[in-house]
Write a protein that binds this ligand. Sequence first.
Ligand code: FAD
Ligand code: NAG
Ligand code: NAG
Ligand code: NAG
Ligand code: NAG
Length: 458
Amino acid sequence: METCVLLLGLFLTSVHVTTAGSAAHRCFCQVTGTLDDCACDVETIDKFNNKDIFPKLQKLLSSDYFRFYKVNLNNGCPFWTDHSQCGLKYCAVKPCSPDEVPEGLKSSSYKYSEKASHDTEECEKAEKLGAVNGSLSDETRQALQEWKKYDDESDRFCMLDDEDSPESQYVDLLLNPERFTGYIGAEAWRIWNSIYEENCFKPYSVNRPLNPLASNSGQGFYRWLEGLCVEKRAFFRLISGLHASINIHLSARYLLDENWFEMKWGHNVSEFQQRFDEDLTKGEGPKRLRNLYFLYLIELRALAKILPYFERSTFQLYTGQDTQDDQNKKLLLELLHVAKSFPLHFDETALFAGNNKEAMKLKEDFKLTFKNISRIMDCVECFKCRLWGKLQTQGLGTALKILFSERQIEAMPNTSNTNPSFQLSRQEIVSLFNAFGRISTSVRELKNFRSLLSKLKQ
Ligand SMILES: Cc1cc2nc3c(=O)[nH]c(=O)nc-3n(C[C@H](O)[C@H](O)[C@H](O)COP(=O)(O)OP(=O)(O)OC[C@H]3O[C@@H](n4cnc5c(N)ncnc54)[C@H](O)[C@@H]3O)c2cc1C
Ligand SMILES: *[C@@H]1O[C@H](CO)[C@@H](O)[C@H](O)[C@H]1NC(C)=O
Ligand SMILES: *[C@@H]1O[C@H](CO)[C@@H](O)[C@H](O)[C@H]1NC(C)=O
Ligand SMILES: *[C@@H]1O[C@H](CO)[C@@H](O)[C@H](O)[C@H]1NC(C)=O
Ligand SMILES: *[C@@H]1O[C@H](CO)[C@@H](O)[C@H](O)[C@H]1NC(C)=O
């Protein structure tokens, strides 16, 4: 028997009395009202995101600290031999040349964002010489000690790249946007299939594995989902939400036209309909959109919870450009305060509740499975998709780490506490905010599609 938190998902679907049967209605009729497994509704998120979060977040993500993401795109697939699609031209990723990356990021201490750590190398030198540099502030020394004690393997939900590996390179995310790549067919399908089939939880009572990808799955698919406990259902919904977000982006930045001089990218409404229209997807599309909102809530809650960590005076968004760095930190805190002010936050204490063996075991399984999914990202043949797939799974993994870490997240680390306090690396910070930026953009794009669809005659 598994213990699961019994949360009655309210399957409330307040039917909007709009032009029933219209194109917009068929994608969005169920994308309204209360979301299952949490106390929030779609309309509140739409309004909050589009007005308060989206503009601030976009501004923040265009800063040097967040646009340069260090990633290893050559890890190699651990599960099967892949055939990288270097040939697909829309899949190309252009890494930065060394002079494009701000000096501050390249310095040996870029990995940790705490101010203190910029002195790490100096300190190590000093230590070797047996000398302690008395000019280090107490605060700095304390933060350094925190880092040394810290080993977060047990906290992590995903694999991080070794940033020191010569294979890791900086990528300018603004120059390599997530959009349509033409990565379709058997290869893309294999990735999604191995995620849903081999790395999502299924109820043990079902003897025939239900294939969510089978063409005749239809409504039955969600029936097995209802039989799962809330944690396993949450896991599936996070993955499905991520999948929906990726597919919204490729529909919103579709390659509409191309000639010798330019490529024209924009909304392809019929592509969006193929993926989300209720009739064309046997009812699945709108549910996938609801899962996107669920994912949004999880990441939003993580941002609210991490606020004290960034409020530390020692924390810097360090790129070596002092004025800009300070402005960005201010913007970051503003954004996090807005996130915190959201009235209907997801309650993460409802998951893995009860400090018992079963709850711990469930959490461990959840972690291992999610880690495995982050490894599968190294199998994505299309480099552009791999880049954003890795970034988004790392970002979601970081959000889960924030929500479910046993460690205290506090503004002032408690020195008398032997258990080191919570830490994030630069890679985790950059991926967390960029991943949320993707989901926030998807929610914003839904507004565009809603209005484009309502203009269609049908
Ligand atoms: C990690 C990753 C990143 C990608 N990034 C990009 C990108 O940046 N640009 C790009 O153009 N393409 C990208 N792709 C490819 C894209 O996601 C699709 O796989 C591709 O467009 C083919 O779409 P499809 O219609 O065959 O169905 P797919 O999206 O491949 O889905 C396969 C099956 O999964 C089910 N399904 C679909 N959506 C959901 C959902 N939200 N929840 C649950 N089940 C679902 C359906 O049964 C569907 O038939 C990426 C793929 C992967 C695996
Ligand atoms: C001690 O650290 C300060 C600040 O980092 C530095 O300016 C100074 O040169 C250091 N002194 C020694 C002896 O290493
Ligand atoms: C990890 O994923 C691969 C590919 O889907 C799968 O074959 C393997 O069983 C998974 N391993 C674990 C520990 O879940
Ligand atoms: C939009 O997507 C559809 C597939 O859903 C495709 O057939 C069509 O050519 C695309 N439109 C444009 C303008 O590229
Ligand atoms: C710091 O940690 C110690 C030991 O765990 C604890 O007794 C003390 O109350 C903590 N102080 C604060 C301010 O949280």
